[in-house]
Write a protein that binds this ligand. Structure first.
Ligand SMILES: [Zn+2]
Length: 269
């Protein structure tokens, strides 16, 4: 019998496997328990806390979360980007999808116009579908969309963000990517929550990006810069090694696209 298309062994072997699994899991739990406290001193670039961090995630990532502001690795990477490359000024208008609370206050204080958006969440300024933005062309200087692209049709989302950015404007994206995969893994047969968890790493993800994501970003018209976590930042701020924040810039000489309906259809794959 197979559940969700996942093969399972015969009953006798399954019983043996269950007993072995229990022993392995108990041993791992004890090991994890011992590892939870690393004793390392980390710095949070968001709230300024200096001290021990806590584990987060499944399986636990050691020192993943700041105990004071609850920031995770990708949040701290984004804060480093803001500090080092953001060039965020009072003249800028910013659109922030699925806004993280810590950044709302930081960005609202530093920018001229700060707008939060989400399709499902209630406490945002605008209810927006990133695949079909009900916004005027060239209406924002900076669009932030962390952990969004893996949930949506990213070709449509990239095209729409490009359209709504001012020339020279930037789109900031983080998303799970397997750099060693040449192409993005999509599988329309994976429709249940369990299948998506198994194949895409989370029950509401619809694909797992390979490095061709960068081709898709360039094909949408953007110039691409990769802000990557490296040492000594990784050990100082407790970042995920090699995690990438994609900074996409709409070229200053980008011609306005004619009409929303006529938005260029992106090539798949
Ligand atoms: Zn913090």
């Amino acid at each position: 019998m197979a559940m969700d298309g996942i093969p399972v062994p015969d009953p006798r072997r399954a019983r043996f496997a269950r007993a072995a699994l229990k022993r392995i899991r108990q041993r791992r739990l004890r090991e994890y328990e011992a590892m939870m406290v690393t004793g390392f001193t980390r710095t949070c670039p968001i709230c300024g806390y200096i001290g021990e961090f806590a584990p987060v995630g499944e399986p636990p990532r050691l020192d993943g979360v700041c105990p004071l502001c609850r920031s995770r690795e990708r949040h701290r990477l984004f804060k480093l980007w803001i500090d080092r490359r953001g060039n965020i000024t009072k003249e800028m208008s910013v659109l922030h999808f699925a806004p993280e609370l810590a950044f709302e206050s930081i960005l609202r204080a530093r920018t001229g116009r700060y707008v939060t958006a989400d399709l499902l969440r209630a406490k945002v300024d605008l209810k927006l579908n990133i695949e079909a933005l009900e916004l005027a062309d060239r209406s924002f200087d900076l669009i932030i969309a962390h952990q969004i692209m893996e949930h949506v049709d990213h070709h449509k989302a990239l095209a729409e963000c490009f359209r709504c950015l001012t020339p020279g404007g930037r789109l900031i994206v983080t998303t799970p990517v397997i750099e060693t995969w040449e192409t993005t893994y999509v599988n329309p047969d994976m429709t249940t929550a369990r299948q998506r968890l198994l194949h895409f790493g989370q029950k509401d993800h619809s694909r797992y990006f390979g490095r061709d994501l960068k081709d898709h970003m360039r094909a949408a018209g953007f110039d691409l810069y990769e802000f990557v976590s490296v040492e000594p930042d990784v050990s100082t701020y407790a970042l995920v090694r090699g995690e990438t924040l994609y900074e996409m810039t709409k070229p200053a000489d980008a011609a306005p696209r004619p009409a929303k309906k006529a938005t260029k259809t992106m090539k798949k794959g």
